[in-house]
Design a binder for this molecule. Structure first.
Ligand code: 26Q
Length: 825
């Protein structure tokens, strides 16, 4: 029967239309004479889903049969955005499906626009996980992602009186065609309770944890198709639900409501994504999320390993687990517990298996982002895990002491336990000790972690063995092909094929067209049409009217003091007041600018929210001042997310990546902008440095103090009276004079520069920032020169494909091989 009915669904237009109509009438239970855009989206999505599921199944079968080593990417965030357009591209359905939909009376653009973003992440770290899944699938690697299926993703941002207000992101309101509920894949996860000691049949001391609170973890699978391959991998997202063990005695005692409430607590665990980016919150529910996720994922991974009936010592040859930051560090402890307590493996053998299995990616050195959990909290929630952490630490420190006798300070600094009151578990130390590889996410960052947060580990482990760099990357499928169809078409036409989508280094081939008139004309036309598209979007979402011929200057990313959106808007005020002082004739020479902001602030981050308010207050004044004759406009685009990024990024002329040197681990949007032919104005930080290396001095605007100078500058602010930069002082005076409304509102923000000792060094970088901005203006006046820069930017970005990054991880860290899926016809 498989021969007869089970083959591949055909991919032609008619087959698509047939399944579209079938889904309208059956899945949606609608009449085909009554379909709106949303129903058309649903019917299209379901038709694509059918095909995805087939590939997904074949991939899983192939991987099971091959039984080769798999990699598991553990991430609390997967910022996937929309799926339909990506699935169409990767399945090779784009043309047939587009035509099929058109014939049925819909515009594909409108259909695609119906989809809500899957926004299960905050920013960089979550989007990186999504790009990496795309590349893992594309490169035929046998890989799984593990995460949580939050009922509420990152909040939706709206603006009221210029302030951010948050709304819940109930993204599952309508059905989600991109997930497969696996109601049969269920794992029990326990919390709390106590630990019993006993002697086993071999006379060994053993420990057994008796958890008392059991929550069920249900699997929801999200298929991730690769581009130009049949491979379709899986992200397994866990959802919590109560274990149906109704407490009858409670019920009989009339405590029905209380019994139900306790059950509802279980659903709380995966209810909401914590909206903090680069900031640790010490809430017990967050720790519960982490363990819930880690326990279910490891159970699943171990279950899969056991099927092959290999000895435990083979585990690291079959399984690689990548920890996306410290959030899954408990997995190290959980695997040790499974091996020692449940499987009876000796401690040392188990620890060897554990450390050979795990690898850890660090994404930050900001002190406030370092995960530390109070020992009493861990002890109460996970008593056995706390014991194991103490033991891991003891055995580790004993080894350190042997190597460095009489160095108690070193022991204290290396310890997984911070000896404060109460004690804290340092998750980064646990992750380093429990992994065979630790990597930063850009060259500078990987060097900095060895000199700062992990300095003492280098003293112990040596420089080369454990610490690596893996510079981040982005998927060109979403971030060039999908987001920028016009430019992609030009690239494909010019290079003669679409191979660049699988080998981004091929973009180098564009260099020989840099002087080709026709090519340059089409390049500019593509950029301009993207700017028109953004102009319309700005009008629709903010009411602000901007000129698509002006220079578009963009800063979109999470709002954070270290990213210095504050410096940007202070620079805008400087520009505005300079323009105001000019005569009309002088202004005629000036490059017109549209300064575009976007980004969410963590709901509890008061200063970040005030930055948003200041931007909007400045926008209000600038945009309504006719005296400057449209030479400057400012827009804050609300609710920045993956789909909005796809509109903004291709339309940028210059984008700002202006973090205090040494604070932005990598940045990934910087890569997206340059890949789309946008130039960068940036500090010498994160991946900016490597982008600069690839594209050359002529095509980037770098400024500001360097990372190695930051300590001394901060010291100076603290202990000497450093006068504020005069241009900055003038801008602060303008705000304080009430030019942008009641200045008392902004006092806490201004205080960060004065009372707060300007921790992010805005004053120290301000003059060089303004100078760099002048260079941008000058360069933009040279239209032809700018086009050349734009082309060369794109052409030199091959290195930043996530395919390159994943290949490096696969070879240097995971030791895995591709397993191509061959379809049985
Ligand atoms: C931790 C504990 C409790 C609650 C929340 C958190 C938490 C959540 C998210 C801590 C950090 C994050 C996110 C960090 C992040 O996105 N870092 C970014 O990672 C990118 C990918 O490597 C880099 O490009 C960015 O430079 C880095 O800021």
């Amino acid at each position: 029967l498989w021969e007869k009915y089970g083959g591949d669904e055909t991919d032609d237009k008619e087959a698509f239309q047939k399944s579209f109509i079938r889904h309208v009438t059956t899945t949606l239970a609608r009449s085909i004479y009554n379909i709106d855009n949303f129903s058309a989206y649903q019917a299209t999505a379901h038709s694509v889903r059918d095909r995805l599921i087939k590939r997904w199944n074949e991939t899983q079968q192939t991987h099971t049969e091959a039984d080769s080593k798999r990699v598991y990417y553990l991430s609390l965030e997967f910022l996937l955005g929309r799926s339909l357009d990506n699935a169409l591209l990767n399945l090779g359905l784009k043309d047939n499906c587009g035509e099929g939909v058109k014939e049925l009376g819909f515009a594909m653009e409108d259909v695609l626009d119906q989809e809500v973003d899957a926004a299960l992440g905050n920013g960089g770290l979550g989007r990186l996980a999504a790009c990496y899944m795309d590349s893992l699938a594309t490169l035929d690697y046998p890989a799984w992602g593990y995460g949580l299926r939050y009922t509420y993703g990152i909040f939706q941002q709206r603006l009221k009186d210029g302030y951010q207000v948050e709304f819940p992101d109930y993204w599952l309101n309508f059905d989600n065609p991109w997930e497969l509920p696996r109601l049969d894949v269920v794992v029990d996860v326990k919390f709390y309770g106590s630990v019993n000691r006993y002697t086993d049949e071999k006379g060994r001391k053993r420990y057994a944890w008796e958890g008392i609170d059991t929550v069920q973890s249900v699997a929801y699978d999200v298929p991730i198709p690769g581009y130009g391959t049949k491979n379709c991998i899986n992200i397994r997202l866990w959802s919590s639900k109560p274990k149906r063990q109704f407490d009858l005695s409670r019920f009989n005692e009339g405590q029905y409501e209380q019994a139900v409430q306790e059950q509802m607590q279980a659903e709380n665990i995966t209810a909401v994504l914590y909206p903090n980016d680069n900031h640790m919150v010490g809430k017990e529910l967050r720790l519960k999320q982490q363990y819930f996720w880690v326990a279910a994922s490891l159970f699943d991974i171990v279950r899969r390993f056991k099927k092959s009936q290999r000895p435990w010592s083979h585990f690291p040859d079959q399984v690689a687990i990548q920890l996306n930051d410290t959030h899954p560090s408990l997995a190290i402890v959980e695997l040790q517990r499974i091996l020692v307590d449940l499987e009876g493996v000796d401690w040392d053998d188990a620890w060897e298996i554990v450390t050979r299995t795990f690898a850890f990616t660090n994404h930050t050195i900001l002190p406030e982002a370092m995960e530390r959990w109070p020992v009493p909290m861990v002890q109460y929630l996970l008593p056995r895990h706390m014991q194991i952490i103490f033991d891991i630490n003891l055995f580790f420190l004993q080894k350190v002491e042997k190597a460095f006798p009489d160095n108690r300070d070193l022991l204290a600094r290396l310890s997984i336990i911070e000896e404060s009151t109460p004690q804290f578990v340092r998750m980064a130390h646990l992750a380093v000790v429990g992994s065979h590889r630790v990597n930063g996410v850009a060259e500078l960052h990987s060097e900095l972690i060895k000199k700062t947060i992990f300095k003492d580990f280098i003293q112990y482990y040596g420089n080369d063995s454990k610490f690596e760099n893996k510079t981040n990357g982005i998927t060109p499928r979403r971030w060039l092909h999908q987001a920028n169809p016009k430019l992609s078409e030009l690239i494909t036409d010019t290079l003669g094929n679409k191979n660049w989508l699988k080998n981004l280094d091929l973009l180098k081939g564009l260099k020989s067209y840099v002087d080709n008139k026709d090519f340059r004309k089409r390049w500019v036309a593509a950029k301009h049409s993207n700017k028109v598209r953004l102009t319309e979007y700005i009008k629709k979402t903010t009411g602000i009217i901007v000129n698509s011929n002006a220079l578009f200057d963009v800063q979109v990313k999470r709002i954070h003091e270290y990213k210095r959106q504050f410096m940007n808007i202070l620079g805008v005020i400087h520009r505005y007041n300079t323009l105001k002082k000019m005569t009309s004739e002088e202004r005629a020479d000036v490059v017109h600018r549209v300064v575009i902001f976007g980004g969410k602030a963590a709901p509890g981050y008061y200063i970040a929210k005030l930055v948003i308010k200041l931007i909007n207050s400045v926008a209000e004044v600038v945009n309504n001042d006719n005296s400057i004759e449209d030479s400057l406009k400012v827009a804050f685009i609300p609710d920045y997310n993956v789909s909005v990024a796809e509109i903004i990024i291709p339309a940028s002329d210059i984008s700002q990546h202006i973090s205090t040197a040494g604070t932005e681990a990598s940045g990934t949007s910087n890569m997206k902008f340059v890949l789309n032919g946008g130039l960068i104005l940036g500090t010498v930080d994160g991946a900016n440095i490597e982008i600069h290396e690839e594209i050359g001095d002529d095509n980037i605007f770098m400024f500001g103090n360097l990372a190695h100078q930051v300590d001394d500058l901060r010291h100076a602010h603290r202990y000497r009276n450093v006068p504020m930069d005069p241009s900055l002082q003038a801008v602060i005076n303008d705000i304080e004079s009430g030019q942008f409304g009641d200045s008392r509102i902004f006092a806490p923000l201004i205080n960060t520069l004065t009372l707060g000792q300007d921790y992010y060094l805005i004053s120290d970088d301000f003059q060089s920032y303004l100078d760099a901005q002048k260079l941008v203006d000058e360069a933009y006046k040279d239209k032809e020169g700018w086009i050349t820069k734009s082309i060369l930017c794109s052409a030199n970005m091959g290195k930043f494909s996530s395919d390159r990054a994943i290949q490096e991880y696969a070879e240097r860290i995971w030791n895995i091989e591709p397993v191509p899926v061959v379809t049985k016809k």
